[in-house]
Every structure is written in C-alpha cells, then in structure tokens.
Design a binder for this molecule. Sequence first.
Ligand code: NDP
Ligand code: MG
Length: 383
Amino acid sequence: MMNFEHNISILGSTGSIGTQTLEVARAYKGIRVHALSAYSNIDLLEKQTREFNPRLVCVFDEKKAEEFKIRVADTDVKVVSGRDGLIEAAVCPGADTVVTAVVGISGLLPTIEAIKAGKNIALANKETLVTGGHIVTRLARENNVKLLPVDSEHSAIFQSLQGNPKKIKKILLTASGGPFFGKTREELKSITPEQALKHPNWDMGAKVTIDSSTLVNKGLEVIEAKWLFDVDIDKIEVLVHRQSVLHSAVMYEDNAVIAQLGVPDMKLPIQYALTYPDRLPMQGNELDFTKYPELTFAKPDTETFYALELAKKAGREGGILPTVFNGSDEAAVELFLKGKIGYLDIADSIADAMDRVKNIENPSVEEILEADKFAREAVYSRS
Ligand code: NDP
Ligand code: MG
C-alpha cells in the first residue's frame, strides 16, 4: 500500500483544470490543499476556500483581492495578490506538488519559482514549457523535481513510457481535430467566437478551446512533448482521431505501439499526476469499447490549419520563436474573442509575428518575457 498523503497547491483553481483537480481532491481525502489562486473569480474562490481550507489564497486582481480579504475575514487564510502573490502561492510551504492550471505565459515565473523551491509540478500550463522549456527542464533536473504531465496526450505518452526503455521511434500525438475538421479556408472565414467555443469532446477554458479549433493547441503540445520526453520535433507525429479515446501513443524502435485509452475525462490525467506512480480508483465513466465500434485516424490538414506547421517550425528552431508563436496566438485569440479580428487572422497574425522577429538562442527569462511582449504588440498593431 502506498502512502496517500498528497500535499498540493493549485495555480488557477477556478478554471476548468483547477475545478477538476478539486473534484479529485474531494474524492480522496488524502489530498490536502495548501494554496489556491484565481485571476478574479472570487465567488467561486470563496466557496473553494471554505471547503478546502487552504493556508494561502492569491487573487491576481488587486481590487478583487481587497474585496476577497473582507469576505474571508472570519477565516485565518492569508490573502495575497498580483505577480508576487502568485509566486507566493507557488512556493507555499507544506505543498509538495504544484498544479499549474493558469492560462498562458503567466504560468512561467511561478512554475520556475516552484521548481526552485523543490516542488514537483503537475503541469497543465503547457505554455510554460513552450516558452521556457530549456530553463524549466534544466531547473527540474538540478532541483530533482518531477514534471508530471496533466495534458491528456502527454499523460498518455508518459503512461505508455512506464516500464519501457526509452527507445522511442516516434510519438503519436492524437488530436480531436476540433469543431472545424474537414472545413475549407473559405468556410472558416466567417467563423464566430460562439462557433469556435464549442468543442466536440472536451469542456475546457476559452483559450485552449479556440486553440484546439485552430490546431494551435496541437502545435503547442508538439513543443510540450519535445521538452517533456526529450524527442525531436520530427519524431512527433500528429494524428487526427475524432473520438478522443486513444489519448496518444509511443512507437518503440521495434515498432511496438503502446497507447493509453479511456473516455475523454481530464480527471484521470490530473489524478495520475497527483498520485504517480500509484493508480487510485476512479469514479465515473469507464471505457466501453462497444460504444466506439469505429476508432478513426487521419493526417491533419496542415494547409487549412497551418498554425500546426508554424509551431513545428518554432519548435525546431527554438530560441524565442516558440514564445513568439505562443504570445502572438494569445493576443490574437483575445482579439478574436472580442470580435476585433476574424478567425483566419489568428494563424495569419502568428505567421506575421514569427516573420518579424530576430531569433535569440538560449534566451533568458527576461528575453522570453520581452519576446512575448514583442509578439503581442506585433499582433495588436495589425488590427
Ligand atoms: P481556464 O480559463 O478554465 O482557467 C484558468 C485559470 O487561471 C482560472 O483559475 C483563472 O482565474 C486563472 N487565470 C487566468 N489568467 C490568469 C493570469 N493572467 N494570472 C493568474 N491567473 C490567471 O483554463 P483551463 O483550465 O482550460 O486551462 C489551464 C491550462 O491548462 C492552460 O494552459 C491549458 O492549455 C491547459 N490545459 C487545459 C485543459 C482543459 O481540459 N481545460 C486540457 C489540457 C491542458 P479566473 O477564473 O478568476 O479567471
Ligand atoms: Mg491536450
């Protein structure tokens, strides 16, 4: 029997991954929550605070943090805010694992600090590895901490690697194809935010849902896989698999393919990251193969969804290019959701920003943050 004392902190506890992490914690009393954080959703954060009794809560937005302090004045929770507050949550004493479930590059600094403080990382925030993979993986090695994937595909790959020598021929990274699979560029021109926010298989935050529809998310995941599993970009093959049942696979040098399958439910990868190497019982849907008489696989349409190729280029060239890929996408998605640019402008904005930047090898954290700013400004100046 393993020891089920798990002490965690959650960055982004009010989001899709954050709330599902708390569902896992609710089901297993052995998981103790030390810190929570949100950007501004203090209604939900207050409920979470009262239920899970953390010692520290960060409300990123400073005004909301003041309001939150008053609301929880009857408890002994410490309330902090802003970038420093998020870092305080990341290094909160007592937690041995930090679940990084904030969106975008905002996850980079707190993750770096958590690693320096010796915390294992249950990594949902893929943007951290995309922008700072060279720094984060080095720090993880130096501080002897684990990077445990929460992203379902990477969890599947991680699970498929257990007990095998690392003789990887290639990684088969599956993609649902999103809501616009099979559509032409002409048909995509007039896509609205409402249409793009409807994902066929997964219920996720807005940014990752839009990224799934453009295949930017898959591009980010290719770069994430490169860092997590130390494989070349060209050994990572993206396969469109509409049913999201086979969550990804590893092909070994002897051509054996080991995959992990299950119903689409993020609670499994979250729970596995928290309890690795153990497996705990999971409530909820188990996979019934007879409900999926056909599992289909196809190559992605990288002419229509060409952001995937841009990501691979960024991943191959490295430096600040992946940060520019990500930062320009973050800005473009924000503008698209506000109705300020069209759907196809998202990939075009990324391509433009990547064309305009001069790459820097082995960038520092400061250079990464500057490249992010450059990329955002490049996108804002187009619209
Ligand atoms: P959500 O948008 O649902 O949640 C984001 C969380 O982070 C919320 O708690 C939000 O607070 C907080 N937050 C947002 N922006 C900031 C900021 N600038 N600073 C501090 N806190 C912030 O996102 P998801 O849960 O969908 O995604 C989280 C991460 O996990 C992303 O990197 C995503 O790519 C990755 N991921 C998500 C999957 C999913 O199924 N959702 C699957 C695989 C990966 P508030 O609620 O107050 O706005
Ligand atoms: Mg994923």
